[in-house]
Design a protein around this ligand. Sequence first.
Ligand code: ADP
Ligand code: MG
Length: 698
Amino acid sequence: MKQNENAIDLRLLSVGSLKGVGPVIEEKLANKGIGTVEELLYFVPIRRVDRGNIKKICELSAGEDASLMATVDSYRSLFFRHARKKGYEVIVTDETGYLSLKWFQWSKGYLEQICRKGATLFVSGRVGQFGEFLQIVHPSVTVLAEDDGPEKAQMVLPVYSQVEGIKQGVIRNIIAEAVNAFNSGPICVLPGKHEERHSLMPFPDAIRSAHGLDGAFDEARSAASVKRMILEEYLQFQITLMAKKRKAHKEKGIAFKTESPTLERFLKGLPFDLTAGQKRVIGEIISDMGRGSPMNRLLQGDVGSGKTVCAVAGACAAIDSGFQVAFMAPTEILAEQHYLNVHRWFGDLGIPAILLKGGMGKERKEILKKIRSGAVPIIVGTHAIIQSDVEFHRLGLVIIDEQHRFGVDQRKRLKNKSFYPDVLNMSATPIPRTLSMVIYGDLDVSVIDTLPEGRQAIKTIVLSEDKRDRARVMVEKELRSSRGVFIVYPLIEESETAGLRNATEMAGHWQNSVFPEHRVGLLHGRMNTKDKENIMEMFRQREIDILVCTTVIEVGIDIPHATMIIVENAERFGLSQLHQLRGRVGRGPEASRCVLLTSTARTNLASKRLKIMEKTNDGFTIAEEDLRIRGVGDMLGVRQSGLPPFRIGDIIRDIDIMGQARRIAEDFTNTLSDRELQELMKQIGDRFEDKQALSDIA
Ligand code: ADP
Ligand code: MG
């Protein structure tokens, strides 16, 4: 495209091929993740120093960054007896005074260049005070020829993030060398015509400017040039996603019949009306399934928004076309809950469903036989479904609940059990639209943005520890109406962090000291599955009134009579996580409450952060806020999905650039034929290919 055919591919050129880069420096750069010339050029400075502010020595004052021209007057080595430290000092002068330059680390060659009496130096650095004298420690020095003015020196000094074992001056020279040797810069995927159309700085100019190599200091221009570089990388990423999506849409999959009598009967039999969101999503799913290419859709919807119904609608269509459906959930509790629903719904329709989980003993063999023969069209289960001995007769649709809880490999294995099944991923983790464009950019995304009618908003209050008695009173009130209460703790055992309550100890406290007349149960992650199930079942059957637990209470668990949840040490949780915890209640017709207890010593920031939970029940708003405050790394679900390995830029700070990249990439790829897009992908390479967890299932 833009690059000429013979241009050297800087992605393949090792930094070792640059002048001045020997094996030692090469290794040090490699430790910093810089191996190729392209990677080196993307290593942009953290700041730039303006050398245009040139002063006379008499004008200098301690504490300022300054540049000056001076000649060498004398030099000597120093020894500090107390510190047992050696140093080197050069005294320079202009007609207005003397200044000391000091080094505590130096290379011989470097000082030999500088230490010639009468040599003219262009010096920059932070001015300090030593006794009565002014000095600059480790200044940046350019040796000028007799009649040269300072304009011969680089007027902008880029400052790079520390590369262990390489001095700033050296890294500066290496990069300048690379920029000058490869004028056209690394690969830029956007043809000049499109650069112009979107008013973008030409890419090679951006590289030069970002490294401070294009003349006078201009911070605005430098910032714009770094943005241009970030955009280039994001563009390559977005184009990769688009190419992938285009390819997936061309793959041959199953074209299911979209007329489905079972689906009609299923919808008619539901005891409620579908929400507008559900109707739209079911339409999207069925239309995907009707196409000849495999569906790869992500269904996002807040807890309780009714995603399961939509998935089951898809299942009806698959079954009517003679295919099997695998419905996979991340835990046994959830798998069982889905199974109960599916079993009930399909039972009414005369369609057998089966549950497959770990450790089913003799029964397992029978079940596997039924799956292999095609006798059961719908199989609900945990990851037991992807064990190698499970063979399907004719798998057509895969539904994955809480997809981010599964690893890439697990999802891949399920997919490999059939040729090109349609895949519906479901997630109750609202991910801000901006971010979902990064993580799920190559998937088709459906969002259920409406909750079923009559669903009561969960009333939330933030209380500090010292008001916990108010929480107790509220619990009592719920219990009097024989409703269930969750009390959630961040940890299960005594932790070294003082003051952190824990579930095990506190279950005893609630039982013995607070509610002796009620039944308190305990649920935590270290209990075995059977015990966990028993406790959940007892809670469901109202044999337990208060369930003290850690965060093991699963996403999506349905206990309709549970109407209150108390979260202790709420400041320890992320907002999205709190929102998910809160979703354990409010699943029945009664009004529900959530109390967020915070330690009394909480910071103002923590309480301000939690206040948003009182204000909104909208998971997307909360996720947006969480993202802003805590960053991507902490967001639920995102960590597991993995972010692409970007060289520069920060997904949060630069999310607008990502949006811009997406628009430009769309605009650009729309003009490309399949062949042209393929060619472009050859240039971009596979850097972003397998980093995309979800797309691996496509
Ligand atoms: P999600 O998986 O999105 O958290 P579910 O599919 O488990 O939500 O649905 C939560 C509850 O709401 C279930 O009991 C379900 O039967 C019920 N439900 C689903 N859709 C509706 C609707 N349109 N109106 C009323 N209740 C609904
Ligand atoms: Mg669910």
